[in-house]
Design a protein around this ligand. Structure first.
Ligand SMILES: [Zn+2]
Length: 233
């Protein structure tokens, strides 16, 4: 572990929770941030706060990004998203066959704000839990975007500061890889995973039917481990 510090984007979900504990092993101090962008379910932000406390981070802040709610027409933020009988979100207006859970510009905005926050905290590392292995083709979860964004942050931030590095440890991990990784990271990480909320309905444990719950369940099943969230309420 180095004494360098890192800003971790903590959504309260499975991926960012595991990333938080990965970051704890890599860096001396962790500043966790969560974004309030008008998510339909406040339980994610509450989970992020509980997980940050459990991880004993140096700081935890919720940053307001309400502009995303004004811009987005996503089932995660708007009240018009409909849950189909099959459990998947249907919306004929979403381009490129993306699910309506896609919020255009979300990670672009998140990483831009995280970069500014890192400069404020004199941090040179940002950790984000994006993965291109399992996600539904979200373009801002792909390695190409993260690489380009890392370059943009270096170009955008003050030259006197050391360059900021973006770490995306989940980028090439499958859901089952993530489960094994969380298990290896120890008891606190596993306990925190029990607090995480990934369900599109904001439930903990999840509804078991939405696409996010199905993905999470499949990961634990293939990994051969029980989801610690199943024991929570
Ligand atoms: Zn669910």
């Amino acid at each position: 572990m180095t004494q360098q510090s890192a800003v971790v984007l903590l959504s309260g979900g499975q991926d960012s929770t595991t990333c938080l504990f990965w970051a704890k092993e890599q860096f001396g101090h962790i500043h966790a941030i969560a974004f309030d962008y008008g998510q339909r379910h406040r339980s994610e932000l509450e989970a992020a706060r509980e997980i940050a406390e459990l991880a004993r981070v140096k700081s935890f802040e919720v940053l307001e990004l309400g502009v995303l709610a004004q811009l987005a027409d996503s089932s995660l933020v708007s009240s018009s998203g409909k849950l189909s009988s099959s459990g998947g979100y249907q919306d004929a207006h979403v381009p490129d066959g993306l699910p309506t859970s896609f919020v255009p510009g979300r990670n672009l905005l998140f990483l831009g704000v995280a970069g500014a926050y890192a400069v404020k905290r004199d941090c040179h590392n940002i950790v984000i839990g994006v993965s291109q292995a399992d996600y539904s083709g979200y373009p801002d979860c792909r390695e190409e975007f993260i690489t380009q964004m890392a370059k943009a942050l270096v170009a955008a931030m003050p030259t006197s500061a050391s360059p900021i590095t973006i770490h995306a440890p989940m980028m090439h991990q499958s859901k089952q890889d993530e489960v094994w990784m969380a298990k290896d990271l120890g008891d606190d990480c596993w306990k925190a995973l029990g607090l995480s909320v990934t369900c599109y309905q904001g439930k903990r444990p999840g509804c078991g039917k939405c696409p996010s719950c199905v993905l999470r369940q499949a990961g634990f099943k293939i990994a051969g481990l029980e989801d610690p969230a199943q024991g929570s309420s």
